[in-house]
Design a binder for this molecule. Structure first.
Ligand code: SAM
Length: 482
């Protein structure tokens, strides 16, 4: 039997099945221990320091106790702390991105994904470099600056060279005042050598969802193809970091397995990265399995309702306070509104989950990976965020200024974000308003920029930000950043 060891490089030791079962048993035994719950909540709260805030975070066991408790009063307290943490470290900014599907060729047999090899009726499509260019122009015309590229796993059709070519093409397109300044990559687990190539191509975050941490379920859900190898998949982030990628993004596909098991596994993965590499995940995504061509989400027994989903999100926020949290357009406007108050720091907008979807008018597209619940345009998403008090940010400065990995985390912890991320958000929002926004979005946006500028603490920084914002408005000068 494998022994739990967060510092081990072996999947069965850092995502240790027995430790997860013991954690769930511990959580069940203590879920109504009010003194313990209060102590855990107290530990999770942000503490004010001379320069900003610090947070201790929670262990997977502590967070699992909170998740298991079903007292509505405790739940409200968790939500309150989650919002406080989000505001302490990420302020009221929400980073915006869009997925870009490059190819749906796939040799895997994932039971929840319509791109699985045996699906013979879904059209297979792979973008040519000319088509990548056209998609990027369409995305730039919407106002996007940050993409997450997505592809199925197929060594013949989508080899690493193809992905690298696409990244090069994406960065090379400068349409009108547009450009893509950060490309995050969501492709199948690969070798250290390939991760190094991705790093050299200038990617932002490497994202890989675990789908499920339960090995038995994992093997059942991935019956064929290279993704069947649980250990290779689970150890991918260590190889990515060995290949020089500082920022990695975790996630599970909620609905496949029992959510409490997944929650404990996810936090153990984060603790493992912290123990081995000195820095936790840059982001955590919380996707839920969706209806798709050939896929009925009801076929999986572990679907979770919106309230449980919200609580999972909030408990992750308490456990890993410095990690960005992502919610995609898999979720509806209503669910996204709620989750934005519970710790989410990044959302997608105007998304298409089909190959070539940004240059094809009518929906649904036949190559779509799953149903998009939030089908609003980017302009509508930007306006909605502002109407709800969030600053839509198109900032990509950190990674371009070398603030990745632990350097990003120290910025987060230093309390300097109001002097750095805040002006960057306002400057990139101004770019969006000038170049792409509708009249209604412009009106609310400029009001927000004026108001939020006053919140920059350092007078000198405020003055420079104002100057840059004026330059953006009165000229074609773009891409100012702190
Ligand atoms: N092929 C890559 C891999 O194997 O990791 C990643 C790309 S895939 C397009 C991105 C993610 O979509 C998967 O990791 C999975 O979690 C998610 N996904 C697949 N089918 C889905 C469905 N029916 N509903 C929601 N998300 C789904």
């Amino acid at each position: 039997m494998a022994i739990y060891n967060p510092s081990s490089l072996k999947a069965e030791e850092f995502i240790n099945h027995e430790e997860i079962l013991e954690t769930l048993a511990y959580a069940d035994a203590h879920k109504n221990d009010r003194a313990l719950i209060d102590a855990i909540l107290e530990k999770a709260k942000p503490q004010k320091t001379a320069t900003g805030y610090v947070c201790k975070g929670l262990s997977h066991r502590e967070a699992s106790v909170l998740l298991a408790n079903d007292d509505p009063e405790v739940r409200e307290e968790i939500y309150k702390i989650a919002e406080e943490i989000k505001l302490a470290f990420y302020g009221n900014r929400i980073v915006i991105f869009a997925p870009l599907y490059l190819s749906n060729y796939c040799v895997n047999g994932c039971l929840y994904c319509p791109y699985h090899l045996k699906n013979k009726h879904i059209p297979r499509k792979k973008l040519t470099q000319e088509e990548v260019k056209a998609e990027v122009i369409a995305l730039q015309d919407m106002g996007h600056k940050r993409l997450a590229i997505e592809a199925g796993e197929d060594p013949k059709n989508n080899p690493i060279e193809y992905i690298l070519d696409c990244i090069k093409t994406i960065y090379s397109v400068h349409h009108k005042n547009g450009d893509i300044r950060r490309v995050n990559v969501n492709i199948a687990a690969t070798t250290v050598e390939n991760y190094r190539k991705l790093k050299d191509a200038g990617i932002g975050t490497y994202i890989l969802f675990q789908e499920t941490y339960n090995k038995e379920s994992y093997l059942y859900l991935h019956p064929t193809g290279p993704k069947h190898d649980y250990d290779y998949h689970t150890e991918a982030m260590d190889r990515a970091m060995e290949g020089g990628i500082d920022d990695v993004g975790l996630g599970v596909l909620f609905g496949l397995e029992g959510y409490r098991y997944e929650f404990a596994g996810l936090l153990m993965h984060a603790e493992h990265l912290e123990a081995v590499h000195g820095v936790g995940p840059h982001t955590i995504s919380v996707p839920r399995v969706k209806r798709a061509d050939d896929i009925d989400p009801d076929a999986f027994d572990n679907g979770i309702d919106d309230e449980t989903f919200a609580k999972i999100t909030a408990c992750i926020r308490l456990a890993v306070p410095y990690t960005g949290m992502i919610i995609s357009t898999r979720e509806s406007e209503q669910v996204r509104s709620k989750l934005l108050r519970l710790g989410i720091s990044q959302v997608s907008g105007g998304s298409r989950t089909s190959v070539g979807g940004y240059t094809t008018e009518e929906r649904p597209h036949d190559t779509e990976q799953f149903d998009v619940s939030d089908q609003r345009s980017l302009d509508e998403v930007v306006r909605w965020l502002m109407e709800n008090g969030h600053i839509p940010s198109f900032c990509t400065a950190c990674y371009r200024e070398g603030r990745t990995g632990d350097r990003f985390m120290s910025l987060c912890k230093s309390g300097q974000i109001l002097n750095c991320c805040h002006p960057n958000a306002l400057m990139t929002l101004t770019e969006y308003l000038e170049d792409y926004a509708s009249t209604a979005t412009k009106a609310i946006g400029y009001e927000m920029v004026e108001r939020e500028l006053q919140r920059i603490p350092k007078e000198k920084v405020r003055a420079i930000a104002k100057e840059h914002i004026e330059a953006i408005k009165s000229s074609n000068r773009r891409d100012f950043r702190f």
